[in-house]
Design a binder for this molecule. Structure first.
Ligand code: PGA
Length: 258
């Protein structure tokens, strides 16, 4: 079993002052050496510095929610991977459905960004997932395969340790509706097989596959217990220290029991 990864996606919430407060509470609750799994938080870019500083004495890693494909230049409003590394982040979320839907990111751009993130030594949390109409039409596997193949074509097996895949059915994001543990497991297994077929059995096995979409303390245990679910990408429930900490505790209880 892979180590579980509990990743909080704060989206466009918590400016530097509020982000610092939440990070300080988490730092107190989770000092260095207090968990065996992996924990990541992804604040808005403007809050990253404050959060990195607050979490310096912990094992919680920091992520950004997006990057540009170039290192620097005339790209108003963007941030680059060298800046992200300089700021102390180790992860970047790429291709979140909100980026795809509201900011026109297509598979080609998502692939370029993922490649750039990994080439520069960060870990990409690559988001994939189908929309409600696609699920209703039974197209979830073909949609997710297309999203994955677009990226995997530009990566090699050696990149496996710097890739995390987040399966986030769009119909479950921020809706309170969660994929059932069976639906999640089915899709995670499918994703795992795509990775194994593109690369190898061992490379496919070691990629962490996170579930995202209304994960919260009440449903996390069942979801995280599924064989191919290696963690969660959590929006709403990551904005409060209590609920996020509960998710970390649930992950801990599962790894110690198992
Ligand atoms: P949610 O968001 O937990 O609020 O559904 C998850 C995500 O979009 O990453």
């Amino acid at each position: 079993m892979n180590r579980l990864l509990i990743a909080g996606n704060w989206k466009m919430n918590l400016g530097p002052t509020e982000a610092k407060k939440l990070a300080a509470t988490l730092a107190k609750r989770w000092p260095s050496g207090s968990f065996t799994n992996q924990v990541v938080v992804s604040p808005p870019a403007l809050s990253v510095a404050a959060v990195v500083q607050e979490l310096a004495a912990t094992d919680i890693d920091v992520s950004v929610q997006n990057v540009h494909t170039e290192d620097s230049g005339a790209y108003t409003g963007e941030i680059s991977t060298p800046m992200v590394k300089d700021a102390g982040c180790r992860y970047a979320i790429i291709g979140h459905s909100e980026r795809r839907e509201y900011f026109g990111e297509d598979d080609v751009l998502v692939a370029q960004k993922t490649k750039k993130v990994i080439a520069d030594g960060l870990t990409a949390i690559l988001c994939v997932g189908e929309k409600l109409e696609q699920r209703k039409a039974g197209q979830q596997e073909s949609v997710v395969k297309k999203q994955l193949d677009a990226v995997l074509d530009h990566l090699s097996e050696d990149d496996a340790s710097h890739l995390v895949v987040a399966y986030e059915p769009v119909w479950a994001i921020g809706t309170g509706e969660t994929a059932s543990p069976q639906q999640a497991q089915e899709m995670h297994k499918f994703i795992r097989n795509v990775l194994k077929q593109s690369w190898s059995e061992s490379a496919g096995s070691k990629v962490q596959i996170l579930y995202g979409g209304s994960m919260k303390p009440a449903n996390a245990e069942e979801l995280l217990s599924q064989e191919d679910v290696d963690g969660g990408l959590i929006g709403g429930a990551s904005l409060k220290a209590d609920s996020f900490s509960e998710l970390i505790e649930i992950a801990e209880s599962l790894t110690t029991d198992g």
